[in-house]
Design a protein. Sequence first.
Lengths: 110, 114
Amino acid sequence: QKEVEQNSGPLSVPEGAIASLNCTYSDRGSQSFFWYRQYSGKSPELIMSIYSNGDKEDGRFTAQLNKASQYVSLLIRDSQPSDSATYLCAVNSRDDKIIFGKGTRLHILP
Amino acid sequence: KAGVTQTPRYLIKTRGQQVTLSCSPISGHRSVSWYQQTPGQGLQFLFEYFSETQRNKGNFPGRFSGRQFSNSRSEMNVSTLELGDSALYLCASEKRQGSSYEQYFGPGTRLTVT
């Protein structure tokens, strides 16, 4: 079983709609969860971190964590073409190593 | 505020050689982590250094090593290069303060092993 799983996509979303990105993880002892955005040819950029169950909002981004179900999601409201990128989910495992998923490619359709 | 710098940006080496990559973190950040990114395996954690001490290590062979200096600059070394070591090597500058967590990646070093 892969430690952090994401659908590779591409996920195509019309401009202005809500993009929903999902991630599941296997280590129940994980405590910290992160979402990164990576544009083609660029380095990853940390956009959200979440540590407790529930929702965390930052501008157009909302991270959702459900530890019982071992999933993390990222919602992007009012999607813009500039949101087109690969989104990486990462989990800080119980041995304090950050494990990344392979990412979901998001394409916002103008 | 200056960002994370990595040198060199591009490198071509042959099998069996060794390579040293450098990372200068953001001023005030004492933690540096290194990652390898390949199309097949994605982004994989190599090691983390804090105050000149290796705090954590990923599942890579002993050919991969690193160190951190008193000014927080970090180097990683790969000895006896293999074709499979061709990748983008990223370092991340990190700062934890209470519940606050900052992390910024450098631009990476693209290593090609021929």
